[in-house]
Design a protein around this ligand. Sequence first.
Ligand SMILES: *Cc1c(COP(=O)(O)O)cnc(C)c1O
Length: 358
Amino acid sequence: MQYVNEAFNTNWVAPLGKNVTEFENEVCGYTGAKHAVALSSGTAAIHLSLKALGVGKGDIVFCSSFTFAGSCNPIKYLGAKPVFIDSEYDSFNMSPTALKKAYVKYPNPKAIIIVNLYGNSANFAELKKITASFDTPILEDAAESLGATYNGKASGTFGDIGIFSFNGNKIITTSGGGMAITDNKKWRDKMLYWATQARDNAPWYEHTEVGYNYRLSNICAGIGRGQLQALDDRVKRKKEIYSLYKKEFMQNKHIKMCPIPINCEPNFWLSVISLGKACQVSFMDILNKLETLNIEARPTWKPMHMQPVFKKVPFFSHLASGSVCEDLFSRSLCLPSDTKMTNDDVRFIASVVNEMTV
Ligand SMILES: *Cc1c(COP(=O)(O)O)cnc(C)c1O
């Protein structure tokens, strides 16, 4: 409220101002990135990042299949061609095995979007060995993983450009917003230019390129500055919620918590469970049952290669038949994970799920 009030009091109710600059500086401070651009959404951040990496009409862009549509829609905005890559069980994120298969058919992707789902980092150690040998620039979609670390380094800093989302459902929010971070000043300047209608340096409105109206407002950035101060507490509480679910499901042989990948300290954004293959109830049965108790749980992201809009897009699986992300989608669900939940709330939800499945 303090930062938002300040914006009103100083009459900076605009897409620029102190909060925008400070929010960028503070995210740089938090992550260790050199530069940041605050934008109107995570999707806008992906759009401009891909453009900065040189993606244009007809280019191939690799992308995790197990993700939200915001990850890959911008590939289509640019007239480029997505190629979807399967997940691995260890992190739910991009499978190095599937990625290798994709390179056999498409050795020259213009960029790769690697997504960190549910607060888990992707396996960058393995993935980067592969992308480096093909010189593919990485866009790290850290929309869901702000506050997580991998090898002790902030999530979002493993690509050439990283992006965050501050949509209402994310671990911190600006009501709607996003950010791109990078160590490359040239890309940062380019993204800022495109985000502000590509206005050239001239006394009148001069444009040599097509631009966008993608900047974050000074009011929303004020919300973000306040939220950022709460981030570490949220991660701590999210971890407690995850651990409590884990404890409650310990005796239940049909339920597995989403794994914590090696060398990763997740932000535990959502507690996800997967049902064993012998379990008699489906994830939809559980969602419906919880719904009758006024408890909202959600399916996991339906993989992009299964979406009608992307049905002609090539997909490379981790497995010889079927795929890991289809399998995970068919038997997993996101449990309520809000930091305002009490331990009793968590225990109650777990007891409902346990009663249905054991
Ligand atoms: C939320 C999300 C996005 C898009 O962010 P918006 O701010 O909603 O545009 C992109 N990728 C992933 C993985 C997300 O969860």
